[in-house]
Design a binder for this molecule. Structure first.
Ligand code: ATP
Ligand code: MG
Length: 252
């Protein structure tokens, strides 16, 4: 958008930050979302602002899970809506997944603003506004979901989900795909498929894998799912952070 020269060494990171600022201005992203962004930037910096081979494996496993699912749902919060609205719609189309707005600090204004924003980026139906379902074990506001959306889903993609809700969704028996740059966060630890990567890179990457696997048979998809090890994915990300940029590449 003209303001940041593409030659800037941290161009992508600055562009991302700018999109979050715009999201706050538009009433899509919360002030807590700004803090989450700052945390994410720090971890992305430590990971070398790239997709680790282990994260790419997780993105492929996520695509396989979504293609095998009967009722897959992608959860969208204020950061995801600001950063990857069109890419989220495309992922939904590539995997026949519903999109549901799901906020940590739920207000009707922000729910509507995000749903409208997603529709402007090509979404047909956006769930989350009905809020006739509940996640057991959470307080009232944070438990709200659509009964025929996340409430009834077998596979959920929860980017940047808060730790409590990630654990509660897991306890409901759902297969959880978490996108979170912090491999130590409870959300990532609770996931069946933790994707330690920036949503900016992860969402399009899952879509690409889903398109690549579109004609694969169930057996192939199931073997991709079975071969994925969440603990190993988290350990690889942690190694990359501790040992620098070559550790992950050397071992994969
Ligand atoms: P908990 O341990 O309860 O999960 P938390 O440290 O995750 O707590 P939050 O600040 O609510 O607390 O979570 C934000 C998370 O989202 C952080 O782990 C951060 O690294 C991650 N994050 C922020 N921006 C991005 C992004 N663009 N892509 C992927 N992950 C992101
Ligand atoms: Mg978290």
């Amino acid at each position: 958008d003209g303001e940041i020269p593409e030659s800037h060494p941290r161009y992508e990171s600055l562009l991302t930050r700018h999109r979050i600022e715009e999201g706050v201005d538009k009433g899509i992203t919360s002030r807590q979302g700004l803090i989450a962004q700052g945390r994410g930037e720090a971890f992305d910096y430590l990971l070398g602002e790239r997709t680790l081979p282990s994260a790419d494996d997780a993105e492929r496993a996520a695509a396989a899970h979504l293609l095998l699912a009967e009722r897959p749902v992608i959860s969208v919060n204020g950061n995801v809506a600001a950063l990857v609205p069109g890419e989220t719609v495309e992922l939904g189309e590539a995997t026949s997944a519903d999109i549901e707005v799901n906020l940590f600090n739920r207000t009707d204004e922000r729910m509507t603003a995000i749903a409208d924003h997603l529709c402007e980026h090509g979404a047909g139906e956006v769930k989350g506004l009905t809020a006739d379902g509940r996640i057991p074990g959470l307080d009232h506001e944070r438990a709200k979901v659509d009964a025929d959306g996340i409430g009834d889903a077998d596979v959920v993609v929860v980017p940047l989900e808060d730790g409590d809700r990630a654990e509660a969704l897991g306890a409901m028996g759902k297969t959880e795909i978490v996108i979170d740059l912090n491999p130590l966060s409870r959300s990532a630890q609770a996931a069946d498929v933790p994707i330690v990567d920036n949503v900016i890179r992860a969402v399009p990457a899952i879509t690409e894998h889903a398109r690549d696997l579109a004609d694969a048979d169930r057996e192939t998809l199931e073997s991709i799912v079975a071969a994925f090890d969440p603990d190993e994915a988290l350990a690889a990300a942690e190694r990359a952070i501790r040992e620098g940029s070559d550790a992950d590449a050397a071992e994969d």
